[in-house]
Design a protein around this ligand. Structure first.
Ligand SMILES: [Cu+2]
Length: 120
């Protein structure tokens, strides 16, 4: 009787753990992102949002959630950056030091556009 019960319970426990682990990882990522400021995803060759607002000195984390690489850049004075070839799964923080509106785009997919409002 005992052996039958254990066999019935074990697969359920394993199944529950398989589902619980990605949720725990997601929760940890979300907490880290909040501490860093704002997170912008990239999926389906678009940014997850068209505009975000951060304070001067805060960080935006660019996550490549896509199956293709991206190359996110800005030429805004004081906030220039070039993430280079960002492979799928990569997560790259960028700190914005100058107040103003920052136009961000992807050099590989010119239709990917995002505005970051950096406030004083
Ligand atoms: Cu791209």
């Amino acid at each position: 009787m005992n052996a039958i019960r254990l066999n019935a319970v074990r697969p359920m426990r394993l199944n529950a753990m398989r589902h619980a682990l990605p949720f725990a990882a997601l929760a940890a990522l979300t907490l880290a992102a909040h501490a860093a400021g704002v997170t912008v995803g990239q999926k389906g060759r678009v940014f997850s949002t068209e505009a975000v607002t951060v304070k001067k000195g805060e960080t935006v984390v660019f996550n490549n959630d896509d199956s293709v690489p991206h190359n996110v850049v800005s030429k805004a004075p004081g906030n220039e950056f070039d993430l280079g070839y960002q492979p799928p799964g990569a997560s790259t923080p960028v700190t914005f030091d100058a107040a103003g509106n920052v136009s961000v785009m992807c050099t590989i997919h010119p239709r990917m556009k995002l505005t970051i409002h950096v406030t004083d």
